[in-house]
Design a protein around this ligand. Structure first.
Ligand SMILES: NC(=O)c1ccc[n+]([C@@H]2O[C@H](COP(=O)([O-])OP(=O)(O)OC[C@H]3O[C@@H](n4cnc5c(N)ncnc54)[C@H](OP(=O)(O)O)[C@@H]3O)[C@@H](O)[C@H]2O)c1
Length: 247
């Protein structure tokens, strides 16, 4: 029986993970900032989960001062923590970030610095326990800076690098660190995008990959897997060519 904490649980991808873990009998502690949606999700899981525990906490995760108390509450509710999934995020408007430093810094706060805080606290707790899995959702956008979304991409790039360092630190401490790099996913975050084409995946397809990656204690996982090849090619385009492209 796994005890799983999900930060950003109302995200379409995280909610799909919660449904899959709930079906497997896991006990869940869900953290989100939209209390009514969080309660609705939890109630749905309780009905389907037949006996599994589902507890919730509301928090704006951009405010890092409350993070430690959230881990305390999760440990109290679940009796310990085996898996941490960090999934919250925003997709800022790149032009707005260029026009306003405050907007850019807000995006960095929620998409990068709040992850640094949660990951540090999760790592210290699971390292002391000597077991567990920390999984966080980064993005293929973090693999290379592009003019269309480099503020979001830089935040995700920081998350990916930070996770790499944690994985190295915890490799012989019994704690697995899993980096998830989705490509284009059909969720509310991408509601304004034209979603035609083969590159788009559903939230549940990505959730299936996340649940599998956590179970396997994988290292870095592109979802769907073909994004590994796409990003391999994109990362290897020489900068003198890349800087003139519109990707
Ligand atoms: N969709 C994609 O194409 C894609 C691709 C690569 C990576 N990702 C990443 O996947 C993760 C999940 O996103 P998604 O696609 O499932 O989008 P989503 O459904 O829009 O979920 C984003 C979630 O983050 C929450 N959130 C944002 N700021 C928050 C804050 N300050 N405190 C607490 N919660 C906050 C939102 O809560 P509210 O509903 O209350 O705003 C929402 O539940 C994100 O990290 C995203 O960057 C997505």
């Amino acid at each position: 029986m796994q005890r799983i904490v999900i930060f950003g649980a109302t995200s379409a991808i995280a909610a799909a993970c919660a449904r899959r873990w709930n079906a497997l009998g896991a006990n869940l502690f869900l953290v989100g900032r939209d209390t009514p949606r969080l309660e609705t999700l939890a109630e749905d899981l309780r009905v389907r989960g037949g006996g599994s525990k589902v507890a919730v906490a509301s928090a704006d995760l951009a405010d890092t001062s409350g993070h430690d108390a959230l881990f305390d509450a999760a440990e109290a509710a679940l009796g310990g923590i085996d898996v941490v999934l960090i999934a919250h995020g925003t997709l800022p408007d790149q032009a707005a970030c260029e026009a306003s430093l405050d907007t850019a810094m807000e995006a960095i706060q929620v998409n990068a610095l709040s992850y640094v805080s949660l990951l540090t606290l999760a790592a210290n707790r699971l390292e002391a326990k000597g077991d567990g899995v920390i999984c966080a959702i980064s993005s293929v956008a973090g693999d290379r800076g592009r003019k269309s979304n480099y503020v979001y991409g830089a935040a995700k790039g920081m998350v990916s690098l930070f996770l790499g360092g944690l994985r190295n630190r915890l490799a012989d401490k019994g704690v697995a660190v899993v980096t998830i790099k989705p490509g284009f996913v059909d969720t509310p975050m991408t509601a304004s995008f034209d979603k035609g084409g083969l590159l788009w995946a559903s939230a549940d397809t990505v959730a299936k990959g996340i649940v599998s990656a956590v179970k396997r204690r994988a290292d870095v996982v592109y979802l769907p897997g073909f994004w590994w090849l796409i990003m391999f090619i994109i990362r290897h385009i020489p900068e003198r060519i890349f800087k003139r492209l519109s990707l």
